[in-house]
Structure formats: C-alpha cells, structure tokens
Write a protein that binds this ligand. Structure first.
Ligand SMILES: Nc1ncnc2c1ncn2[C@@H]1O[C@H](COP(=O)(O)OP(=O)(O)OP(=O)(O)O)[C@@H](O)[C@H]1O
Ligand SMILES: O=c1[nH]c(=O)c2[nH+]cn([C@@H]3O[C@H](COP(=O)(O)O)[C@@H](O)[C@H]3O)c2[nH]1
Ligand SMILES: NC(=O)CC[C@H](N)C(=O)O
Ligand SMILES: [Mg+2]
Length: 514
C-alpha cells in the first residue's frame, strides 16, 4: 500500500464494524488506521491525525467498567466523529445523558435531518434511511451541542458541536444499508477534516506476492482449499508467488452441498496447474460430531478436525513448511478479535490442538473484505463463475443442521438445498442474491399429504443480500419463485412436509443459523 501523508484514526471500542469503517475511509482515498481504546493519548498526539472516529461497541457507557477515554482527546482540536457507542461516549464524556431505551432500534430506520446545513449532511436528503443497532440512547445532548437529526425512537440520532469539531451519529454510516452513509463519511473526511485524499490503493497483488515470496522462501506450503472464493484467490496468489511449492488440500468433511466435492475436484484439477489433493473424511467428522448439539461445540469439533487433517498433510506434503488459509477480515472479527464480542467461532479461528504447532500460518487476505477479495480474484484472472460464487462456510451443512448432525439429516438437507439452488438458477435471480441456502431446524410438524397425516421435518430457506457479509438484508424473492421452491421441496424431498422463509436481517440475526 502506498504511504499517505494524511491519516485518520479509528479508535476501537469493540464494535463489529471497525475494520469496515477503516475500509470505507480508504475507499475515499484517506488512509485509516485502527487502534485500541487503550492507546496512550501521547501516541495519538504524536501522529498528527486529520480526524478521529470513535467506533461502536457492545458495552454501555454508564457502566464504569466499559471502555472509556480521557476527555483530553476531545480537546486536541482534531475533529472527532462518534459512531453508535462512540456517539454515546462523546455524550458521556461531555456530561450529557445516556440511558437504556424502552424500544431498541435494530435495522433500517428513517431519520429526519433537522439541520440541513450541517457539514456532515451535505448532499444528504432531509429524510433518509440509516442502519441502527442499539439499545442505549442519548436522552440529553451535552451543553454546546445541537441536534441535527432524529428518528421516531431516537430524539438525538445525530448532533454536533461545530466550534469544537465534534460530531456524533447514533446510526452506522459505514454499513451499506445506511443509504447515504458513504456520503456522510465522505463529508466528515472532506468537509470537516479537510482531507485532500492522497491515499491510493497500490497494487495489492504485487505487494502481497512479493511478501509471500520473501516469507516462504524455498519452503513448501499447504493451503486449505475449499473451492470457495477466498481460498481460490489465496491459491492463485500463492501459486503466483511460489508455484509448485504449493499444495492445495481440499477436505471433503462430509458436510458439503450435493455434488460439491466432485465439482471442486474437477474444477481444480482441470482448470489450474496446481498440486491438488482431495481428502475424504466424512465418516471421521460425523462420528466426532455425534451427540454434539451446541453451535459453538459443533464449530470447535469441526475446526479441530480440520486442523488435524491439515497437520497430517503438512507432514506428508510440506515437511515442516507453511500452512495457509483463505481467511478474510470478517472471519476474524466475528470470532471475537480485540475488544469485540464473540458472535461465533469461525472454523478457521478455533484454537489449535496442543499437539499441533504450525510454524506460521499464512493468511494473505486477512485484512480484506469479500468484495475486495473478488476484485483481486478478477485481477488475477480467476474465472467469473468462481470469483462470484456464493460463500459456503467451512463447517458446511454442520451449521445449517440445528441440533445433532446425522447422515440422514445431511441427506435431507442436501436434497432440499439442491432443489432451492436449481429453482433460483432457473428463475434467473441468482446474481441478485449474495447467499442462499436451506436450513434444517430440529423441528417436525404435522402435515397432510394424499389424505394421510405426516409428521416430518421443516426446512427453512434463507436468502440474503449484502456487500460485505457483516450486515445483510433478507432477499425479496418473488412469491412465485418461493411457491415453486416450496412445492418442489415437499414433493421431491423425502421427510420434508413444510417450508418456511427466514425474513430476518443481520443484525439482529446472523446469516447462518448457528
Ligand atoms: N473444505 C475445506 N477444505 C479445505 N480448506 C477449507 C475448507 N473449507 C474451508 N477451508 C479453509 O478455511 C478458509 C475459510 O473458509 P471460508 O468458507 O470462509 O472461505 P472460502 O471457502 O475460501 O471462501 P467462501 O467464503 O467463498 O466460501 C478457506 O479459505 C480455506 O482456507
Ligand atoms: O468459512 C466459514 N467458516 C465459518 O465457521 C463460518 N461461519 C459463517 N460463515 C460465513 O460467514 C458469513 C457471515 O455469516 P454469519 O452472518 O452467519 O456470521 C456468511 O457468508 C457465512 O456463510 C463462515 N464461513
Ligand atoms: N452498536 C453499538 O455501538 C451499541 C452501543 C450500546 N451498547 C447500545 O446498545 O446502545
Ligand atoms: Mg467457504
């Protein structure tokens, strides 16, 4: 990445979207770096930041044990933008009032801008939709501040103290579901902080390939390759860097979608000139999962088994060399990084078993978001069908079968999911959906088929739209497509007599059910 003269600090109070804030700032050609709220004020003073952004966070500012910061930071003359928890924190630091609200606001909310001449709201319509995720709210703004926007349940959705260059928004401008979020961030950077935009994304590919070459040297490297977007892009980068020193290991853990294993094997042996190994270990995974029902337990078992397979392969193929994964930024943050709450442990972030010690794990995509990874993939010349595949989680159907996993349930879910995917492909709306799949909740319901009573499984269908998978909305699939999916699933798939559609956004839901 090119060196920038001006930069903005994202001060991390444990929010889920901190890297996303930094990334959105980078999109506006201003370099952003993230530091923990425990960073010393002297370190901040020394850096000459053009602006500071306080992130969201899971805590309540009025709890004394919550992350706070010295009020001095607001007096440095550097513009500050507080987002969500950060907005509440500015209030708390300046003696305003923050309380727990009766009505939480989650998801899309309309705000009304009361001060259209606010620098933050340049080119933003008076009424617009933002994304909220909070229970606490600012009931009284601090002295010297002025309310600039409100929503139905949030009287102080935005406020500012122009003289002191302090700005606060209860909503999240960094997520794409805030319609004018990008404009608001841009306004903060250019209208308030007076940035000039001197940061350009340098050639990520060249820098990464060089860094990989240097790190790996003449050793060998084993990459976990799932056939998904991230590991395919990681494979292409690694192959460019170290060629045949790379071996790609595809683990068929028995929890794949219907025919997925064969698709991956065929694609990677025919399309690419890489060392490719397929390990079929479905029975081992399923027997280890026997009796496990808790989502985190299941994730940990699957993650641990993955490590064991890779460890064996490292010893066989790479003899003490490197282990690589296609981990991207959201995998880290949702597994509980820094001060952020753990939402779910992604399989590739499970603690390694004690007897397994990879020297060093190579994760060339760990700072990127999915849409950035796709751009890199396209630049590397990976075929569009691979680059634009929907993501598929490492634990596979294991996190889509609620409760205990059995071979029978896997088969039921694979069949229903195959029908759903087929209908979506036929209806021509696949490119409008970011991810879509079936879930098998541990629920049976009564039905009537051919005048007989049935008591069988319920299948849920889930389809979302999102750019970054950190937030998502449920997809508005046309009713006639839903009708065909439902009809075909109950008719063609054994042991399913009911289909429901999940209409939850993220937050408050997550995309997967476990
Ligand atoms: N079945 C698998 N075999 C080998 N490695 C895997 C498998 N599933 C996941 N991994 C490893 O775990 C990493 C994270 O999985 P994840 O599903 O997030 O990424 P992906 O499969 O590469 O891409 P996508 O998100 O598009 O599915 C992968 O990049 C890969 O290194
Ligand atoms: O490789 C993975 N290992 C995992 O353990 C995992 N859990 C969730 N996901 C995928 O991450 C995205 C966000 O999912 P959630 O909203 O359910 O957290 C979605 O795209 C999910 O499919 C995973 N991917
Ligand atoms: N997303 C956030 O920053 C939430 C802040 C605070 N915990 C609330 O619920 O209001
Ligand atoms: Mg995957």
């Amino acid at each position: 990445m090119a060196k920038a003269k001006e930069k903005v600090l994202v001060l991390d109070f444990g929010g889920q979207y901190n890297q996303l804030i930094a990334r959105r700032v980078r999109d506006h050609h201003v370099y952003a770096e993230i530091k923990q709220y425990t960073t010393d004020i002297e370190e901040i003073k020394a850096e000459n930041y053009k602006g500071i952004i306080f992130t969201g966070g899971p805590n309540s500012v009025y709890d004394m044990s919550s992350p706070h910061y010295s009020k001095e930071i607001l007096e440095l003359g550097i513009p500050v933008l507080g987002i969500c928890y950060g907005c509440q924190l500015i209030t708390w630091m300046c003696d305003g009032k923050v309380e727990s609200a009766i009505n939480s606001e989650y998801g899309k909310i309309q705000i009304d801008i009361s001060k259209s001449e606010s620098k933050l709201f340049k080119d933003v319509p008076k009424e617009n939709i933002v994304w909220m995720s909070h229970t606490d709210y600012v009931s009284e703004i601090p002295k010297g501040f002025e309310v600039t926007a409100s929503s139905k349940d949030c009287p102080c959705a935005a406020f500012e103290n122009v003289d002191k260059n302090l700005y606060a928004v209860q909503f999240h401008p960094e997520v794409t579901h805030s319609e004018y979020g990008n404009v608001i961030l841009k306004n903060f950077l250019y209208e308030v902080c007076h940035c000039s935009g001197d940061w350009q994304m340098d050639s990520f590919i060249d820098n990464t390939v060089n860094a990989l070459r240097e790190k790996i040297g003449d050793k060998k490297v084993v990459l976990g390759l799932s056939g998904g977007v991230d590991s395919s892009v990681a494979a292409a980068l690694l192959s460019k860097a170290v060629g045949k020193q790379l071996t790609c290991v595809f683990v068929d853990q028995g929890l794949m979608r219907k025919n997925e294993g064969d698709f991956v094997e065929e694609t990677f042996t025919k399309l690419f000139d890489m060392n490719f190994v397929r390990v079929n270990c479905g029975h081992e995974f399923i027997s280890k999962l026997k009796g496990a029902t808790d989502p985190e337990d299941k994730r940990k078992i699957i993650g641990t088994e993955f490590y064991k397979v890779f460890w064996d392969k490292i010893r066989e193929e790479a003899d003490g060399g490197f282990f690589a994964q296609g981990t991207i930024y959201p995998d880290c943050i949702e597994s509980g990084k820094g001060n952020a709450d753990k939402i779910k442990t992604h399989h590739n972030k499970v603690a390694m078993p004690e007897d397994i010690k990879f020297d060093d794990v190579v994760e060339p995509l760990c700072d990127l978001f999915k849409d950035e990874v796709r751009v890199v993939g396209e630049k590397l010349g990976i075929p569009k069908e691979l680059v634009w595949r929907q993501p598929f989680p490492g634990p596979g159907l294991g996190v889509r079968i609620i409760g205990e996993i059995t071979e029978e349930k896997i088969k039921i879910l694979q069949d229903a999911d195959a029908v759903f995917r087929d209908e979506i492909a036929k209806s021509g709306i696949a490119q409008d959906l970011s991810q879509f799949f079936c879930v098998l909740p541990d629920v049976r319901t009564v039905g009537v088929m051919g005048d007989h009573r049935t008591y069988d499984h319920l299948v849920a269908i889930r389809a979302v739209t999102t750019d970054d998978f950190m937030t998502a909305d449920f997809a508005r699939i046309p009713y006639d497509v839903l009708a065909r999916v439902s009809n075909r699933i109950v008719n063609e798939c054994e042991h399913i007599n009911r289909v429901v559609y999940d209409i939850t956004s993220k937050p408050p839901g997550t995309i997967e059910w476990e």
